[in-house]
Design a protein around this ligand. Structure first.
Ligand SMILES: Cc1ncc(COP(=O)(O)O)c(C=O)c1O
Length: 407
């Protein structure tokens, strides 16, 4: 644990505690404590700047550059505390926080790219990542080649000239699962960095670096912060890739505010407890839906009949809180079902303590044409559900009543 005591315990002293359980690490790691104050939780260092040169003989150091803290766009103790906690959960040497998931993604991709680079990616990307790859990167002379998740899952070697591979652990909203062991092996053998967006899993359900990924990125807005109250991003990596991320954050100013970091860190402390309930709630609801004659299909990695279940069983440590389904009556039935539910809120985000339900056609995939949606498996009646942490039985009863209303 890094302490704010007078003795400046350097970063990286946490190896001996890596064997601690997930929840213990989530609570204990990274906290900045100064025995002179006796503070138990890390304070919010709402400072743009710090004394420079620092006159103290043994000042606390900014881990982005190994020098005393000087300016928050470079580094800040509240951010650093959260980054240390995240690295401990991810099994990473380093972590860096960002002002959003998109800035973590942009920094990771730009850090491994040069003019003329070719990135190989799945096509079922989060919408804004797709736009970033297709518009922004193309303008910078970086080409993104997209292949379906199923082709990526069968990859044995990375084509010549590809400078990075990009995938998402579980794709939105159809819940396909990346075979990280196979993709990472191909990348390792070809010496190509692999970037994984593990937002849908959080480090509780998957730690991509353990498979050999080079950088894992998160929209920490979702499960990691967990309360639908902050926009936040994180990227974790080995020392080798960390400094490229630091350069991007410093240059583009993707740095989060220390108050946001405090809120995200508070959420992170209960990530394990929340994920357990998210996983359980989604599993129970997926089972219920899959056994109901009003339901046409259920997309959930935990269901044995789901197409990606075998891969999910190998690469996930929990099947997650997200599921999608189609009702027999299509879009009208989906809208009636959503209106009948009493507990979930109708909203597009995910990963918060409250259950959220949405039709991708209305929200996350509204900008795509009907044909484009169909080509990636999204019918107009597909419902996406983010299971919150409410009591399982309450959600089950709510779903049962809403299904009865369709009969
Ligand atoms: C899988 C995934 N990646 C990245 C993002 C972008 O994150 P943010 O909104 O925090 O920038 C999202 C947002 O919904 C997402 O679902």
């Amino acid at each position: 644990m890094l302490s704010m005591s007078k003795a400046n315990i350097p970063w990286g002293t946490m190896n001996s505690t890596r064997s601690m359980g997930f929840n213990t690490r989530a609570v204990k790691m990274g906290e900045f404590r100064d025995t002179r104050y006796g503070n138990v939780t890390t304070p919010i260092f709402e400072n743009s700047t710090f004394l420079g040169p620092n006159p103290d003989s043994n000042p606390f150091l900014d881990s982005t550059n190994g020098k005393p803290f000087l300016y928050t766009r470079w580094g800040n103790p509240t951010l650093q505390s959260l980054e240390e906690k995240h690295a401990a959960l991810e099994g990473a040497e380093r972590s860096l926080s960002f002002s959003s998931g998109m800035s973590a993604i942009s920094a990771a991709v730009l850090a491994v790219s040069r003019k003329g680079s070719r990135i190989l990616s799945i096509s079922e990307l989060y919408g804004q990542t797709y736009i970033f790859f297709k518009n922004t990167l193309e303008r910078l002379g970086i080409r993104a080649e997209m292949i379906p998740l199923d082709s990526m899952n069968e990859i044995d070697s990375i084509p010549d000239g590809v400078s990075a591979v990009y995938t998402e652990s579980v794709v939105n909203p159809t819940m396909g699962v990346s075979d990280l062991s196979r993709i990472a092996k191909a990348c390792r053998e070809s010496g190509v960095p692999l970037i994984v967006d593990a937002t849908f899993c959080s480090p509780y359900n998957q730690r991509p670096l353990e498979f050999g990924a080079s950088i894992v990125v998160h929209s920490a807005t979702k499960y990691i912060s967990g309360h639908s109250d902050v926009i936040f991003g994180l990227a974790a990596a080995s020392e080798k890739f960390y400094h490229g991320l630091v350069d991007m954050r410093k240059t583009f100013g993707f740095v989060p505010d220390p108050i946001q970091a405090f809120i995200a860190a508070r959420g992170m402390k209960t990530l394990g407890l929340r994920m357990k309930q998210h996983n359980q709630n989604a599993m129970e609801l997926a089972r219920l839906l899959s056994e109901d004659r009003m339901v046409k299909t259920v997309h959930y990695p935990g269901l044995s009949q789901f197409r990606y279940h075998e891969i999910a069983s190998r690469v996930l440590t929990g099947f997650g809180g997200m599921l999608a389904f189609e009702l027999n009556g299509g879009e009208p039935a989906a809208r009636k079902f959503m209106r009948s539910l009493k507990i979930p809120e109708v909203a597009p985000s995910l990963g918060g303590v409250e259950s959220l339900i949405t039709l991708p056609v209305d929200t996350t995939h509204a900008s795509l044409s009907s044909e484009e949606r169909k080509s990636i498996g999204i019918s107009d009646g597909l419902v996406r559900f983010s299971a919150g942490i409410e009591d399982t039985q309450d959600l089950v009863e709510d779903f049962k009543e809403a299904l009865s209303a369709l009969r």
